[in-house]
Design a protein around this ligand. Structure first.
Ligand SMILES: *Cc1c(COP(=O)(O)O)cnc(C)c1O
Length: 383
Protein backbone atom coordinates (compact mmCIF):
# COMPACT_ATOMS: atom_id res chain seq x y z
CA UNK A 1 0.00 0.00 0.00
CA UNK A 2 1.42 3.40 -0.90
CA UNK A 3 1.61 6.16 1.68
CA UNK A 4 -0.89 8.26 -0.27
CA UNK A 5 -3.50 5.50 -0.15
CA UNK A 6 -3.52 5.32 3.64
CA UNK A 7 -6.18 6.89 5.84
CA UNK A 8 -5.53 9.77 8.20
CA UNK A 9 -4.97 7.82 11.43
CA UNK A 10 -2.44 5.54 9.73
CA UNK A 11 -0.57 8.44 8.13
CA UNK A 12 -0.38 10.23 11.49
CA UNK A 13 1.38 7.20 13.00
CA UNK A 14 3.59 6.16 10.09
CA UNK A 15 4.39 9.00 7.67
CA UNK A 16 8.08 9.90 7.98
CA UNK A 17 8.49 7.29 10.72
CA UNK A 18 10.34 4.43 8.99
CA UNK A 19 12.43 2.40 11.45
CA UNK A 20 16.14 3.21 11.76
CA UNK A 21 17.95 1.27 8.99
CA UNK A 22 21.12 0.61 11.01
CA UNK A 23 19.61 -0.68 14.26
CA UNK A 24 16.00 -1.49 13.41
CA UNK A 25 14.85 0.90 16.18
CA UNK A 26 11.11 1.29 15.57
CA UNK A 27 11.21 4.88 16.76
CA UNK A 28 13.62 6.91 14.61
CA UNK A 29 16.36 8.49 16.74
CA UNK A 30 16.49 12.20 17.60
CA UNK A 31 19.37 13.67 15.59
CA UNK A 32 21.10 16.36 17.64
CA UNK A 33 24.17 16.74 15.41
CA UNK A 34 24.51 20.25 14.00
CA UNK A 35 26.84 19.17 11.20
CA UNK A 36 27.37 16.20 8.89
CA UNK A 37 30.55 14.48 7.67
CA UNK A 38 31.09 14.85 3.93
CA UNK A 39 32.43 12.12 1.62
CA UNK A 40 34.92 14.49 -0.02
CA UNK A 41 34.18 18.21 -0.44
CA UNK A 42 30.48 18.65 -1.20
CA UNK A 43 29.81 14.90 -0.88
CA UNK A 44 26.68 15.13 1.27
CA UNK A 45 24.79 12.08 2.42
CA UNK A 46 21.12 12.55 1.53
CA UNK A 47 21.61 16.31 1.38
CA UNK A 48 22.44 16.79 5.07
CA UNK A 49 25.07 19.48 5.62
CA UNK A 50 24.23 21.76 8.57
CA UNK A 51 21.41 21.77 11.14
CA UNK A 52 19.72 24.98 10.04
CA UNK A 53 19.41 23.85 6.42
CA UNK A 54 18.16 20.34 7.24
CA UNK A 55 17.99 17.86 10.10
CA UNK A 56 16.66 14.29 9.81
CA UNK A 57 14.32 14.64 12.81
CA UNK A 58 12.84 17.80 11.31
CA UNK A 59 12.57 16.07 7.92
CA UNK A 60 10.59 13.28 9.61
CA UNK A 61 8.18 15.81 11.16
CA UNK A 62 7.81 17.70 7.88
CA UNK A 63 7.01 14.47 6.03
CA UNK A 64 4.39 13.64 8.66
CA UNK A 65 2.88 17.17 8.48
CA UNK A 66 2.62 17.10 4.67
CA UNK A 67 0.94 13.68 4.81
CA UNK A 68 -1.67 14.56 7.43
CA UNK A 69 -2.67 17.81 5.68
CA UNK A 70 -2.68 16.18 2.24
CA UNK A 71 -0.05 18.64 0.98
CA UNK A 72 3.06 18.25 -1.15
CA UNK A 73 5.39 20.36 1.01
CA UNK A 74 5.62 21.06 4.76
CA UNK A 75 7.99 23.21 6.78
CA UNK A 76 8.31 23.26 10.56
CA UNK A 77 9.33 26.26 12.63
CA UNK A 78 10.28 27.30 16.14
CA UNK A 79 6.76 28.69 16.74
CA UNK A 80 3.47 29.32 14.99
CA UNK A 81 4.32 32.99 14.65
CA UNK A 82 7.73 32.16 13.15
CA UNK A 83 5.89 30.06 10.55
CA UNK A 84 3.47 32.93 9.86
CA UNK A 85 6.28 35.47 9.56
CA UNK A 86 8.14 33.27 7.09
CA UNK A 87 5.03 32.82 4.93
CA UNK A 88 4.19 36.53 4.97
CA UNK A 89 7.73 37.49 3.97
CA UNK A 90 7.83 34.82 1.27
CA UNK A 91 4.67 36.18 -0.36
CA UNK A 92 4.31 39.90 0.37
CA UNK A 93 6.11 42.99 -0.89
CA UNK A 94 5.71 46.55 0.40
CA UNK A 95 2.33 47.88 -0.72
CA UNK A 96 0.66 44.46 -0.77
CA UNK A 97 -2.46 44.04 1.31
CA UNK A 98 -3.66 41.23 3.55
CA UNK A 99 -7.38 40.77 4.11
CA UNK A 100 -7.59 39.29 7.60
CA UNK A 101 -10.46 37.69 9.47
CA UNK A 102 -11.81 39.89 12.28
CA UNK A 103 -11.56 37.08 14.83
CA UNK A 104 -8.01 35.75 14.72
CA UNK A 105 -5.25 34.89 17.12
CA UNK A 106 -4.13 38.20 18.66
CA UNK A 107 -0.49 37.55 17.81
CA UNK A 108 -1.33 37.19 14.11
CA UNK A 109 -2.98 40.59 14.12
CA UNK A 110 -0.04 42.07 16.05
CA UNK A 111 2.51 40.57 13.63
CA UNK A 112 0.73 42.09 10.64
CA UNK A 113 -0.17 45.44 12.20
CA UNK A 114 2.93 46.19 14.22
CA UNK A 115 5.81 44.26 12.65
CA UNK A 116 4.98 44.03 8.94
CA UNK A 117 2.93 47.25 8.87
CA UNK A 118 6.02 49.45 9.32
CA UNK A 119 7.63 47.49 6.42
CA UNK A 120 4.82 48.62 4.12
CA UNK A 121 2.39 45.69 4.31
CA UNK A 122 -1.22 46.86 4.43
CA UNK A 123 -3.95 45.28 6.47
CA UNK A 124 -7.72 45.23 6.19
CA UNK A 125 -10.03 43.35 8.54
CA UNK A 126 -13.30 41.70 7.55
CA UNK A 127 -15.73 39.11 8.93
CA UNK A 128 -14.53 36.11 6.87
CA UNK A 129 -17.60 34.07 7.85
CA UNK A 130 -19.70 36.58 5.86
CA UNK A 131 -19.07 35.66 2.19
CA UNK A 132 -20.85 38.80 0.92
CA UNK A 133 -18.64 41.04 3.06
CA UNK A 134 -15.54 39.27 1.74
CA UNK A 135 -16.69 39.61 -1.89
CA UNK A 136 -17.36 43.32 -1.38
CA UNK A 137 -13.97 43.89 0.27
CA UNK A 138 -12.14 42.02 -2.50
CA UNK A 139 -14.03 43.93 -5.21
CA UNK A 140 -13.10 47.27 -3.61
CA UNK A 141 -9.40 46.47 -3.81
CA UNK A 142 -7.79 43.11 -4.59
CA UNK A 143 -5.68 41.87 -1.67
CA UNK A 144 -2.56 39.72 -2.17
CA UNK A 145 -3.67 37.36 0.57
CA UNK A 146 -6.83 36.21 2.38
CA UNK A 147 -6.11 34.92 5.89
CA UNK A 148 -8.73 33.04 7.87
CA UNK A 149 -9.09 30.97 11.02
CA UNK A 150 -12.01 28.55 11.02
CA UNK A 151 -13.21 27.83 13.63
CA UNK A 152 -11.98 31.25 14.67
CA UNK A 153 -10.35 32.30 17.91
CA UNK A 154 -12.10 32.76 20.28
CA UNK A 155 -15.64 33.16 18.88
CA UNK A 156 -15.63 29.93 16.84
CA UNK A 157 -16.97 31.61 13.70
CA UNK A 158 -17.07 29.26 10.74
CA UNK A 159 -15.92 30.16 7.23
CA UNK A 160 -16.76 28.07 4.18
CA UNK A 161 -13.20 27.22 3.05
CA UNK A 162 -14.23 26.04 -0.43
CA UNK A 163 -16.25 29.24 -0.95
CA UNK A 164 -13.46 31.49 0.29
CA UNK A 165 -10.93 29.63 -1.87
CA UNK A 166 -13.08 30.30 -4.95
CA UNK A 167 -13.20 34.03 -4.12
CA UNK A 168 -9.42 34.05 -3.61
CA UNK A 169 -8.71 32.20 -6.84
CA UNK A 170 -10.86 34.62 -8.82
CA UNK A 171 -9.12 37.63 -7.26
CA UNK A 172 -5.63 36.16 -7.67
CA UNK A 173 -5.14 36.21 -3.88
CA UNK A 174 -3.42 33.49 -1.89
CA UNK A 175 -5.84 31.80 0.55
CA UNK A 176 -4.26 30.95 3.89
CA UNK A 177 -6.09 28.90 6.52
CA UNK A 178 -4.83 28.75 10.09
CA UNK A 179 -5.93 25.18 10.90
CA UNK A 180 -4.73 25.22 14.51
CA UNK A 181 -8.22 24.84 16.05
CA UNK A 182 -9.63 22.11 13.82
CA UNK A 183 -6.41 20.23 13.01
CA UNK A 184 -6.24 17.97 9.94
CA UNK A 185 -7.90 15.23 11.97
CA UNK A 186 -11.16 17.17 11.56
CA UNK A 187 -10.62 19.43 8.54
CA UNK A 188 -8.17 19.51 5.62
CA UNK A 189 -8.17 22.98 4.01
CA UNK A 190 -5.87 22.13 1.08
CA UNK A 191 -8.35 19.50 -0.09
CA UNK A 192 -11.07 22.18 0.08
CA UNK A 193 -9.08 24.50 -2.20
CA UNK A 194 -6.96 26.62 0.16
CA UNK A 195 -3.38 27.43 -0.90
CA UNK A 196 -1.56 27.27 2.42
CA UNK A 197 -2.25 25.77 5.85
CA UNK A 198 -0.70 27.39 8.91
CA UNK A 199 -0.34 25.73 12.31
CA UNK A 200 0.66 26.57 15.77
CA UNK A 201 1.79 23.00 16.51
CA UNK A 202 2.10 24.23 20.11
CA UNK A 203 -1.59 23.44 20.45
CA UNK A 204 -3.30 20.20 19.35
CA UNK A 205 -0.57 18.78 17.12
CA UNK A 206 1.98 18.74 19.95
CA UNK A 207 -1.01 18.10 22.17
CA UNK A 208 0.65 17.97 25.61
CA UNK A 209 1.48 21.62 26.35
CA UNK A 210 5.18 20.84 26.38
CA UNK A 211 6.57 22.08 23.06
CA UNK A 212 6.26 25.34 21.10
CA UNK A 213 6.26 25.04 17.31
CA UNK A 214 4.67 26.03 14.02
CA UNK A 215 4.19 24.71 10.52
CA UNK A 216 3.30 25.62 6.94
CA UNK A 217 1.87 23.14 4.44
CA UNK A 218 1.24 23.82 0.73
CA UNK A 219 1.09 22.24 -2.71
CA UNK A 220 2.60 24.92 -4.96
CA UNK A 221 6.22 24.09 -5.83
CA UNK A 222 7.31 27.69 -6.53
CA UNK A 223 5.87 28.96 -3.25
CA UNK A 224 7.45 26.02 -1.39
CA UNK A 225 10.82 26.95 -2.85
CA UNK A 226 10.50 30.53 -1.57
CA UNK A 227 9.34 29.35 1.87
CA UNK A 228 12.15 26.79 2.04
CA UNK A 229 14.70 29.44 1.14
CA UNK A 230 13.43 31.77 3.90
CA UNK A 231 13.29 28.93 6.43
CA UNK A 232 16.99 28.42 5.69
CA UNK A 233 18.00 32.06 5.21
CA UNK A 234 16.17 33.44 8.27
CA UNK A 235 16.52 30.31 10.34
CA UNK A 236 13.46 30.10 12.59
CA UNK A 237 13.60 26.29 12.39
CA UNK A 238 12.34 23.85 15.00
CA UNK A 239 15.07 22.22 17.06
CA UNK A 240 15.50 18.42 16.98
CA UNK A 241 13.88 17.64 20.34
CA UNK A 242 10.97 20.01 19.63
CA UNK A 243 10.46 18.35 16.25
CA UNK A 244 10.54 14.91 17.84
CA UNK A 245 8.04 15.80 20.58
CA UNK A 246 5.70 17.24 17.95
CA UNK A 247 5.99 14.07 15.89
CA UNK A 248 5.13 12.00 18.95
CA UNK A 249 2.11 14.19 19.64
CA UNK A 250 0.79 13.89 16.10
CA UNK A 251 0.71 10.09 16.35
CA UNK A 252 -2.20 10.30 18.81
CA UNK A 253 -3.91 13.33 17.22
CA UNK A 254 -6.78 11.36 15.75
CA UNK A 255 -7.90 9.74 19.02
CA UNK A 256 -7.31 12.90 21.01
CA UNK A 257 -9.42 15.05 18.68
CA UNK A 258 -12.29 12.57 18.92
CA UNK A 259 -12.24 12.73 22.73
CA UNK A 260 -11.77 16.52 22.82
CA UNK A 261 -14.78 16.87 20.51
CA UNK A 262 -17.00 14.46 22.49
CA UNK A 263 -16.26 16.26 25.75
CA UNK A 264 -16.74 19.69 24.16
CA UNK A 265 -20.17 18.76 22.75
CA UNK A 266 -21.32 17.69 26.23
CA UNK A 267 -20.04 20.88 27.81
CA UNK A 268 -21.50 23.13 25.10
CA UNK A 269 -24.91 21.48 25.50
CA UNK A 270 -24.78 21.81 29.27
CA UNK A 271 -23.79 25.49 29.09
CA UNK A 272 -26.48 26.23 26.48
CA UNK A 273 -29.12 25.14 29.01
CA UNK A 274 -27.70 27.07 31.96
CA UNK A 275 -29.46 30.16 33.36
CA UNK A 276 -26.21 32.07 34.04
CA UNK A 277 -25.06 31.71 30.45
CA UNK A 278 -25.92 34.40 27.89
CA UNK A 279 -24.53 32.62 24.85
CA UNK A 280 -22.48 29.58 23.87
CA UNK A 281 -20.17 29.71 20.87
CA UNK A 282 -19.66 26.16 19.61
CA UNK A 283 -20.07 25.06 15.99
CA UNK A 284 -21.45 21.70 17.10
CA UNK A 285 -24.64 23.32 18.40
CA UNK A 286 -27.48 23.42 15.87
CA UNK A 287 -28.13 27.05 16.91
CA UNK A 288 -24.61 28.14 15.84
CA UNK A 289 -24.83 30.25 12.65
CA UNK A 290 -22.00 28.26 11.03
CA UNK A 291 -23.27 24.82 12.10
CA UNK A 292 -24.27 23.61 8.64
CA UNK A 293 -20.98 24.59 7.02
CA UNK A 294 -19.03 23.12 9.93
CA UNK A 295 -20.96 19.86 9.65
CA UNK A 296 -20.02 19.75 5.97
CA UNK A 297 -16.33 20.63 6.16
CA UNK A 298 -15.38 19.16 9.55
CA UNK A 299 -15.64 15.54 10.72
CA UNK A 300 -16.24 16.69 14.33
CA UNK A 301 -16.51 20.10 15.96
CA UNK A 302 -13.31 20.32 18.00
CA UNK A 303 -12.41 20.98 21.61
CA UNK A 304 -12.81 24.74 22.01
CA UNK A 305 -15.98 26.18 23.53
CA UNK A 306 -16.43 29.88 24.21
CA UNK A 307 -19.12 31.11 26.50
CA UNK A 308 -20.53 34.59 27.11
CA UNK A 309 -21.71 35.17 30.67
CA UNK A 310 -23.91 38.01 31.94
CA UNK A 311 -21.08 40.53 32.32
CA UNK A 312 -17.34 41.00 32.17
CA UNK A 313 -17.29 40.70 35.94
CA UNK A 314 -19.13 37.35 35.84
CA UNK A 315 -16.76 36.09 33.13
CA UNK A 316 -13.70 37.00 35.18
CA UNK A 317 -15.16 35.37 38.30
CA UNK A 318 -15.96 32.17 36.40
CA UNK A 319 -12.45 32.01 34.88
CA UNK A 320 -10.94 32.35 38.35
CA UNK A 321 -13.24 29.79 39.97
CA UNK A 322 -12.68 26.60 37.98
CA UNK A 323 -10.36 24.01 39.50
CA UNK A 324 -9.91 21.19 36.99
CA UNK A 325 -9.89 23.76 34.17
CA UNK A 326 -6.63 25.60 34.93
CA UNK A 327 -6.46 29.33 34.27
CA UNK A 328 -3.82 29.66 31.57
CA UNK A 329 -3.18 30.90 28.06
CA UNK A 330 -2.85 28.46 25.19
CA UNK A 331 -5.05 25.51 24.29
CA UNK A 332 -5.06 22.08 22.70
CA UNK A 333 -3.34 20.07 25.42
CA UNK A 334 -4.76 16.94 27.04
CA UNK A 335 -5.54 19.00 30.17
CA UNK A 336 -8.48 21.42 30.25
CA UNK A 337 -7.71 25.14 30.38
CA UNK A 338 -9.78 28.28 30.85
CA UNK A 339 -8.75 31.61 29.36
CA UNK A 340 -10.13 35.14 29.66
CA UNK A 341 -9.31 36.49 26.16
CA UNK A 342 -9.90 40.21 26.78
CA UNK A 343 -7.07 40.40 29.33
CA UNK A 344 -5.01 37.33 28.35
CA UNK A 345 -4.59 35.94 24.82
CA UNK A 346 -6.31 38.86 23.08
CA UNK A 347 -5.03 41.79 25.18
CA UNK A 348 -3.03 42.95 22.14
CA UNK A 349 -6.22 43.52 20.09
CA UNK A 350 -8.18 45.41 22.77
CA UNK A 351 -9.82 48.46 21.25
CA UNK A 352 -9.19 47.26 17.65
CA UNK A 353 -11.51 45.69 15.02
CA UNK A 354 -10.41 42.31 16.33
CA UNK A 355 -11.27 42.93 20.02
CA UNK A 356 -13.08 40.19 22.00
CA UNK A 357 -16.20 41.00 24.07
CA UNK A 358 -15.41 41.24 27.78
CA UNK A 359 -18.15 38.75 28.74
CA UNK A 360 -16.43 35.93 26.86
CA UNK A 361 -14.48 33.07 28.43
CA UNK A 362 -12.73 30.47 26.27
CA UNK A 363 -12.51 26.84 27.34
CA UNK A 364 -9.97 24.43 25.92
CA UNK A 365 -11.72 21.19 26.77
CA UNK A 366 -9.23 18.44 27.56
CA UNK A 367 -9.52 14.66 27.43
CA UNK A 368 -10.37 14.15 31.11
CA UNK A 369 -13.59 12.44 32.20
CA UNK A 370 -16.50 14.58 30.99
CA UNK A 371 -18.48 14.20 34.25
CA UNK A 372 -15.57 15.69 36.21
CA UNK A 373 -15.33 18.57 33.75
CA UNK A 374 -19.07 19.27 33.97
CA UNK A 375 -18.97 19.21 37.78
CA UNK A 376 -16.13 21.74 37.74
CA UNK A 377 -18.02 24.08 35.40
CA UNK A 378 -21.15 23.80 37.50
CA UNK A 379 -19.37 24.79 40.73
CA UNK A 380 -17.60 27.68 38.96
CA UNK A 381 -20.88 29.02 37.56
CA UNK A 382 -22.34 28.99 41.06
CA UNK A 383 -19.33 30.91 42.43
C1 LIG B 1 -1.19 30.00 19.36
C2 LIG B 1 -1.69 30.33 18.02
C3 LIG B 1 -0.86 30.92 17.06
C4 LIG B 1 0.57 31.32 17.36
O1 LIG B 1 1.38 30.21 17.55
P1 LIG B 1 2.66 30.17 18.56
O2 LIG B 1 3.09 28.74 18.49
O3 LIG B 1 2.20 30.61 19.91
O4 LIG B 1 3.66 31.12 17.98
C5 LIG B 1 -1.39 31.16 15.81
N1 LIG B 1 -2.67 30.85 15.51
C6 LIG B 1 -3.50 30.29 16.41
C7 LIG B 1 -4.91 29.98 16.03
C8 LIG B 1 -3.05 30.03 17.69
O5 LIG B 1 -3.89 29.50 18.59
Amino acid sequence: MTTAARAFASLAVHAGQEFDPTTGAVIPPVHFSTTYAQDGIGGLRQGYEYGRSANPTRTALQTQLAAIEGGAHAFSFASGLAAEDTLLRAVLSPGDEVLLGNDVYGGTYRLLARVLGPWGVRLRVVDMSDAEAVRTAVAERAPRMLWVETPSNPLLRITDIAGLSAIGREAGALVVVDNTFATPALQQPLLLGADVVVHSTTKYLGGHSDVVGGALVMNDDALAERVGFLQFAVGAVSGPLDAWLTTRGIKTLDVRMQRHSENAVRIAEYLAGHERVARVHYPGLATHPGHEIAARQMSAFGGIVSVALESGEAARRFAESTRLFQLAESLGGVESLVNYPDAMTHASVRGTDAAVPEEVVRLSVGIEDSADLLADIEQALRA
